[in-house]
Write a protein that binds this ligand. Structure first.
Ligand SMILES: [Zn+2]
Length: 69
């Protein structure tokens, strides 16, 4: 990743905190500036498919209630 202060490509990862979102602590070798980046899942296709299946079952479950009201 480019240094946000001097745009140098010479940066190093000092430390990483892992979780559902990873935090990486970087340091620029050129100017010494420290910065943090976040690593997240952009799109998880399997979760979208799962959510669609859940939504379908809710629609089927609540369908009879709508007819009664
Ligand atoms: Zn820099």
């Amino acid at each position: 990743m480019l240094c946000p202060k001097c745009a140098s490509e010479k940066t190093e990862v000092v430390s990483t905190v892992k979780g559902s979102i990873n935090e990486r602590y970087h340091k620029c070798i050129e100017c010494g500036y420290g910065f943090i980046t976040l690593e997240i899942v952009k799109v998880d296709v399997s979760l979208i498919e799962y959510a669609n299946e859940i939504n379908k079952s809710y629609v089927n479950y609540f369908e009879p209630c709508k007819k009664v009201v």
